[in-house]
Design a protein around this ligand. Structure first.
Ligand code: SAM
Length: 311
């Protein structure tokens, strides 16, 4: 058997140890005077990372959106620690007090109810202020429903637009969707069980029912389902089975075809010429007939142009 010379063996061991300690360095020590932004699971508690567990164990204090949601996670991890509440209604008032503690040398972890803090969750004011004060903010990455849904969507992921939650009021929701009609990159929305059917109905009408899309429901949980292939197929599935409207959802929708986007921007130019001369209805009817575009799509754009001109 080949016996490596002692010097070589020692060198290999030293390099391996160095690599190992670099890989696990973040795992071993929590630094003082630092703010850690810690991602937690979006359903399956097994998705907590080793490093998240370590940081949550070792930091001086934890701020969480809702202690009733975070306490069971900490219990599962065997961590017993006070939790300071930090939610959208008290974040601005609490920020200074928390940062003063960090400046005095304590370490803090920020978590939200699920997934990555600041992604449709509180923490923006805290992180912004911490950075402006020169405090180091360190990410402890992990689950996020946005990335989990994209990763199984089968839709282009090289570019995407995360739209978060659409407005709850129907008219505002439809206006926002109308603004997205000619967006060519993949669209990602969060939605709750209360509004999922209405939102998909509006998307069918405004973005077009034949748009390719998936509805990712209850990811990593018992009733995980990923429905496709188009917005109208998703709507039909939701209408056929009330259980499909339960839980938490991410909708991933294919962006507009490039030619459609170009046609719509051409339509906007025509509408801008016609609207000062005639009603929204007449202008959109003329333009949609002339360009062979959807009547409703052009009407929504004409309405928006008119509103912008009036405001
Ligand atoms: N910070 C979280 C993240 O990183 O994904 C998002 C928080 S936001 C308040 C909650 C929304 O995320 C839900 O309404 C739903 O749209 C989406 N979501 C969270 N968990 C999910 C899951 N397990 N499956 C599908 N969507 C989920």
């Amino acid at each position: 058997m080949f016996a490596a010379p002692l010097k070589l063996k020692n060198l290999v061991r030293a390099v391996s140890l160095r690599i190992y300690s670099q890989m696990s360095g973040g795992l071993l020590s929590v630094k003082s005077g630092l703010l850690y932004v810690v991602a937690t699971p979006i359903g399956n508690l097994g998705d907590i990372s080793l490093r998240a567990k370590q940081i949550l164990t070792e930091v001086d204090f934890i701020a969480a959106e809702d202690s009733r949601r975070t306490r069971p996670l900490l219990k599962h991890l065997g961590i017993s620690k006070d939790i300071i509440s930090l939610h959208e209604h008290n974040e601005r008032q609490r920020v200074q007090g928390l940062l003063t503690r960090i400046e005095a040398g304590e370490s803090m972890a920020l978590v939200s109810d699920a997934g990555t803090p600041l992604i449709s969750d509180p923490g923006y004011h805290l992180v912004k202020q911490a950075r402006s004060m020169g405090i180091t903010v360190s990410p402890v990455p992990g689950a996020s429903a946005l990335v989990a849904a994209l990763s199984v969507s089968g839709l282009p992921t090289d570019h995407f637009r995360f739209q978060g939650f659409l407005p709850s009021k129907r008219s505002a929701r439809r206006t926002q969707l109308a603004e997205l009609v000619d967006e060519t990159v993949t669209l990602v929305f969060y939605e709750s069980s209360h509004r999922i059917v209405e939102s998909v109905e509006d998307m069918c009408e405004i973005l077009g029912g034949d748009r390719e899309a998936i509805l990712a429901r209850e990811l990593t949980k018992v009733y995980e389902t990923v429905l496709g292939q188009s917005l109208e197929a998703i709507l039909a599935a939701l209408q056929a089975d009330a259980n499909q409207s339960r839980g938490e959802f991410v909708l991933v929708v294919r962006g507009a075809a490039k030619e459609v986007a170009a046609d719509l921007s051409e339509a906007d130019k025509l509408l801008a010429l016609l609207l000062p001369e005639m009603s929204v209805k007449s202008a959109s009817r003329l333009v949609s007939t002339y360009m062979g575009l959807s009547k409703n799509e052009v009407y929504q754009r004409a309405l928006k142009l008119q509103q912008d001109a009036d405001s």
